[in-house]
Design a protein around this ligand. Structure first.
Ligand SMILES: O=c1ccn([C@@H]2O[C@H](COP(=O)(O)OP(=O)(O)O[C@H]3O[C@H](CO)[C@@H](O)[C@H](O)[C@H]3O)[C@@H](O)[C@H]2O)c(=O)[nH]1
Ligand SMILES: [Mn+2]
Length: 670
């Protein structure tokens, strides 16, 4: 709300998939606090404008204004936080507050996060003359929304939430049909993705005729039900979305993004502007390798030069029309005058009722929402697949990575969270690779080959697990048995292996250091690659297999946003967190112990026959490989055998791992 942007042109929506009265209460409190906070931000041009982030930084900012003014606003914020925390703790809203806004009456005993009616509450109507801050300046529109959830209807996770929101954002003026693709090439390009007035059709035929000629089978159209016509709140040409665990760190980000869309030469080609995902909770040496520095600096930047970065789900500005399935045409011109500017003719209650009908479960039935229109359903990385479809519709995207990050978010802080997030990412990206949206096929002729290859880095994360598993198991077992698998170290045939090993590691070190990682951070990252490949990515492969066999459906497991005090402390000290007996820890335990045993066994064998024996030459590459796994895994051995804290690897996991190692060694010993 505090962006450096005309408030009357700004509308802020919060989608609460938890459907919680506590979130609504927090938002209602924030809407009151905003009346003091916004003028304060603007008067002193402070940054960041998230009060929580601002106040958690040093008090040095006091120099801006009188200490009295500063503590006044800080106290106000602290008191608000305390009221919200108290309500969260007790799980309910104080009686006297309930009466202060009609929105609270939407909730009753029966409502659960998975079963409730649609709730839409306009907390501030920016077009209302009376909606002003305490200095009389206009305020942006502020809307709370929880789409309808019913156990019998699939809610499609984040993609469903995004679409329900954009339905409310998208004011469609005419009822009728939306053409999404005309295979018969009879529609003029402008009509693609546009609403067409029934019965006259821009492609020169009436819809009736279309149907009569059977063309509607080739010309995909989506029904736009009458009901949508009456919608609703803002209808702005640009939609920006951020995740619930992020805040805005740069009050000029909106203007910056608009510069790209408004560029006279290039602007009309650009479908979306993507900012990188930055975390503000990374530990110093990034123990779980979550920094995304290399992706942000190297990979996204590289994609930018080839047609544009992927859509990564957050910190992204979209043209409203491209989210509605519009194809790129050379003469595309944004209607910057779109949007609802005047005070709504109807009362807020009426608007809310209309918006609610758009957030209903059944609303999308029989439409192409989630398929041709909006954010796509059925994929764990709904963002990547949606961005891909946009690129294939001819649009470019732009990557904007300013020095001062535009958005800050929360990254995983435990090993389990990291593994979970990467399981979702690798599973989702592989499922794109295996689907009709495989970039090489779907994007053929629509995007550059190099752009397609850029997408596949992520699509092939998961299958990489199989090669990695092979490399961390077979050469080590063979070492123990004394069977050489690589050319001798003195043979010229070893050259390609040495080359790949050295160059790969040197290059990744160079990339990491030049993108902002520390040396130790890079090292931790290497360990995490190993872990992710033998756990997350393996599960990613297995889940895709299960999906292909029809045994399971896509799932989006939200990463936890809180951790207990002990955990946080260990995170700050960069001590790996295990604690629970998850199956992935057994895999980690088994692989690392197996390599330890193989290394020791292999070494003792070599010692027995003497160092200068011919065997050593042949086994040397395996010794290195196995030794590397062992050196990388030192924190795991500590967690199994040395640590005493709660975050250590639980004994049953160690025991199970030892069991599996013995099983694996049976054939080698026998
Ligand atoms: O049923 C759901 C599930 C998730 N979300 C939202 O999705 C967002 C991302 O979820 P999170 O658990 O924080 O996942 P991350 O792994 O941090 O998300 C990254 O990866 C996702 C795709 O896997 C992208 O959608 C995100 O934008 C990107 O930040 C959050 O804002 C959630 O509120 C919903 O609205 N409804
Ligand atoms: Mn997140």
């Amino acid at each position: 709300m505090a962006y450096n942007y005309p408030p009357e042109k700004l509308s802020v929506y919060l989608s609460d998939d938890g459907g919680s009265i506590l979130t609504f209460y927090g938002m209602w409190e924030a809407s009151l606090f905003a009346k003091h906070w916004l003028p304060f931000c603007k008067r002193y041009n402070i940054e960041p404008r998230s009060p929580a982030a601002y106040f958690s930084e040093s008090d040095g900012h006091q120099e801006l204004c009188t200490p009295k003014e500063w503590s006044l606003i800080k106290d106000m914020f602290d008191e608000m936080t305390e009221r919200i925390d108290t309500a969260v703790m007790s799980g309910k809203i104080p009686e006297e507050i309930n009466a202060k806004h009609k929105g609270f009456y939407e909730w009753n005993q029966e409502i659960t996060s998975k079963n409730h009616q649609p709730i839409v509450q306009i907390l501030i109507d920016g077009k209302d003359q009376n909606a002003v801050d305490n200095e009389g300046n206009a305020l942006p529109t502020l809307v709370y929304m929880a789409r309808e959830k019913r156990p019998q209807h699939h809610h499609n996770f984040k993609a469903g939430a995004m679409n329900a929101l954009s339905e409310i954002l998208n004011r469609k003026i005419v009822p009728g049909l939306i053409v999404t693709e005309c295979v018969a090439k009879r529609c003029v390009p402008e009509s693609i993705g546009k609403l067409i007035d029934a019965p006259s059709v821009t492609c020169g035929m009436s819809i009736k005729l279309h149907r009569a000629q059977g063309l509607h089978t080739s010309c995909h159209m989506a029904q736009v039900p009458e009901i949508r016509v009456s919608s609703v709140i803002s209808n702005s040409p640009i939609i920006m979305n951020v995740d619930c665990d992020m805040y805005s760190n740069n009050n000029d980000a909106v203007r910056d993004a608009l510069c790209f869309f408004l560029d006279e030469e290039m602007g009309h080609k650009i479908g979306f502007v993507q900012y990188p995902q930055n975390y503000n909770n990374l530990s110093k040496n990034d123990i779980y390798g979550n920094s995304l520095h290399v992706i942000n600096e190297v990979e996204m930047g590289g994609m930018d030069s080839l047609g544009g970065p992927l859509y990564i789900g957050t910190g992204c500005f979209h043209r409203r029309e491209i989210l509605c399935g519009r194809k790129f045409t050379k003469d595309y011109q944004e209607d910057w005058n779109a949007g609802i500017k005047d005070k709504l003719q109807e009362s807020i209650d009426e608007t809310e009722e209309k918006a609610k009908s758009l957030a209903a479960c059944t609303y999308e039935h029989g439409t192409q929402w989630g398929d041709e229109i909006g954010v796509k359903y059925g994929c764990a990385v709904e963002d990547v697949i949606t961005g891909l479809a946009i690129h294939c519709r001819g649009w470019e995207s732009v990557y904007n990575n300013p020095k001062k990050p535009a958005f800050m978010g929360v990254g995983p802080t435990t090993l389990a969270q990291t593994i979970l997030q990467h399981k979702r990412w690798s599973e989702g990206n592989l499922s794109i690779f295996l689907s009709k949206y495989n970039v090489f096929l779907f994007g053929h002729g629509k995007t550059k080959l190099r752009h397609q290859m850029g997408y596949h880095i992520y699509g092939l994360w998961a299958p990489n697990s199989l090669a990695t598993l092979y490399y961390v198991i077979i050469p080590s077992l063979a070492l123990l048995k004394g069977t050489p698998l690589f050319p001798e170290i003195t043979s010229p045939w070893i050259a390609p292996f040495v080359y790949v090993f050295c160059v790969k590691n040197m290059y990744s070190l160079y990339e990491a250091l030049s993108s902002g990682d520390t040396l130790k951070g890079w090292w931790n990252g290497q360990r995490m690659w190993l872990v992710k490949r033998i756990t997350s990515y393996l599960f990613g492969v297995l889940d895709n297999l299960r999906k292909l066999l029809g045994l399971s459906k896509m799932n989006f497991v939200v990463s936890p946003k809180v951790s207990d005090e002990d955990e946080s402390k260990r995170y700050e000290q960069e001590i790996m967190e295990f604690g629970s007996s998850d199956p992935e820890y057994v895999i980690i335990g088994t692989i690392t112990l197996l390599n330890l045993v193989c290394l020791l066994g292999g070494l003792s064998k070599v010692m027995k026959v003497g160092w200068n024996n011919i065997h050593l030459d042949a086994l040397f590459p395996q010794l290195i490989l196995c030794g590397m796994v062992v050196i990388t895994s030192i924190p795991f051995y500590e967690a199994m055998f040395l640590r005493k804290d709660k975050g250590r690897i639980p004994f049953p996991v160690t025991l199970a791992s030892i069991g599996f190692v013995m099983l694996a060694l049976l054939p080698a010993i026998v």
